[in-house]
Design a protein around this ligand. Structure first.
Ligand code: AMP
Ligand code: GLY
Length: 425
């Protein structure tokens, strides 16, 4: 088979690595890919938002399966464009990707189908939002309706902050049209867990759990980032939690989408908060999580191509997912100053010390090849994700931190407490 993966981050590197293990696959392309991915796939210079060019390429190269990584193209309808050419593609159509593309849509869906989530109100006008906030309990959460690079969520401690938040989202339009409508949501407390799943429109198969670390600094301080590290499984995702989510959240979401005429095929990522009252949905994503994918896929035993195909063909009920009885930790190596100001273009050394057979992997997020075609250079805020497997979480964490020492570049920055929460178990 010939497979095209769309996207250019650590998530796509992990997806490409997993696809490369399938004996069915002869050739992998990645659009646009990155320097690390180019070691496993042929990178083609087409952007993830260039839908017609992607479809032209898939048609011309007779691609058997296209896999979409990021949210923007999914929400924009790339799957519909590629399908319209009679080609096979893994991911939700535009009318289903709205599950991630509009927080107002997803909240209304959860309310209508009694899927447990935080109480909320939706506002199209700043004035109405401000009036509501005057008497609302604090802290409170404001969310831009649309996609905002994961940054459109504001946790406001008091009325003053909430008013400033409305100004930022709705009047200053910090996230453009994403903030034309906002969701104002009850503040919840508890542990967060990420659960990824494969969905074929009817059947849902749950992958192993993971946990992300979104803040830039140790001890969950500093600004929100795209994710500074992950571990899998989450020890807080107990059997009891799993049972509850299977009963009230997972299948209920898939059925709700089908009832709405928005059959969902692809990945649903459940962002859950384990509150005192039970698990609640924080958010849905319509794609693999980044960097959750970098710890989940290395533990998956199935041939991922078979699972993608079962989702497309609607026969996921015949697939059982299998995960190794081990653990994985991913530590993101970033450029110092991320997510605000950071420098790029520094040579990276030590990447050759990941032979791939010792349970340690390096996934590229922001790298590029220098003109010599050999030297890897830093090219983004998040540069690399170093993942290590281990028999248990503590071993995986020790292995991952040890493996980060193999890599050096100027301004290398990482959190030192990825997976620290497991010490509390
Ligand atoms: P989201 O993009 O909706 O997952 O929100 C980003 C982050 O904001 C989440 O991972 C949580 O840490 C936090 N968050 C979102 N909604 C709530 C809420 N209702 N209560 C508390 N924290 C929240
Ligand atoms: N790690 C969170 C996300 O992918 O949105």
């Amino acid at each position: 088979m010939k497979i095209l993966v769309v996207g250019s981050g650590g998530r796509e590197h992990a997806i490409v690595q997993k696809i490369a293990q399938s004996p069915k696959v002869e050739k992998i392309y990645c659009a646009p890919g990155n320097a690390g991915i180019s070691q496993l796939a042929e990178c083609v210079p087409i952007g993830a938002m260039e839908f017609e060019k992607l479809a032209d390429f898939a048609e011309k190269e007779k691609i058997d399966l296209t896999v979409i990584g990021p949210d923007d193209p999914l929400v924009g309808g790339v799957v519909d464009v590629i399908e319209a050419r009679g080609l096979r593609v893994f991911g939700p159509r535009k009318n289903a990707a709205i599950l991630e593309g509009s927080k107002a849509f997803s909240k209304d869906l959860m309310k209508k189908y009694n899927i447990p989530t935080a109480a909320y109100e939706t506002f199209d006008s700043a004035q109405a939002a401000l009036e509501y906030l005057e008497t609302a309990p604090m802290p409170i959460v404001l969310k831009a309706d649309g996609l905002a690079l994961g940054k459109g969520v504001l946790i406001c401690q008091n009325l003053e902050e909430a008013k400033a938040g409305v100004q930022e989202l709705m009047e200053d339009k910090k996230f453009g049209s994403a903030g034309e409508r906002i969701v104002v949501e009850e503040f919840m407390t508890g542990r967060e867990v990420s659960v990824l799943s494969f969905v074929d429109g009817k059947t849902i198969r749950i992958m192993t759990s993971a946990q992300d670390h979104k803040r830039a600094g140790d001890g969950d301080t500093g600004l929100n980032t795209g994710g500074m590290g992950t571990f899998s499984p989450s020890p807080f995702y107990t059997e009891e939690v799993d049972e509850y989510c299977r009963k009230y959240i997972y299948q209920a979401t898939v059925d709700a989408m089908a009832k709405e005429g928005r059959e969902f095929k692809g990945i649903i990522f459940f962002g859950l908060m384990l509150t005192e009252k039970g698990p609640r949905v924080l958010e849905y994503n319509a794609r693999f999580g980044d960097p959750e994918t970098q710890v989940v896929l290395p533990r998956m035993k199935n041939d991922i191509v078979d699972v993608f195909e079962a989702c497309i063909d609607g026969c996921l009920d015949q697939v059982e997912l299998e995960f190794a009885d081990n653990a994985a930790v991913c530590v993101v190596l970033a450029s110092d100053g991320y997510p605000v100001h950071y420098e790029k273009g520094f040579p990276i050394s030590g990447l050759d010390q990941f032979p791939g057979d010792d349970g340690c992997y390096v996934f590229h997020a922001g790298t590029k090849l220098a003109e010599d075609g050999k030297t890897f250079l830093t090219n983004g805020g998040r540069v690399l994700g170093v993942t290590a497997l281990g028999d248990d979480l503590k071993t995986a964490r020790a292995n991952a931190y040890q493996a980060t020492e193999r890599v050096t570049f100027e301004n290398k920055y990482m959190r030192h407490d990825i997976g620290k929460a497991i010490d509390e178990v």
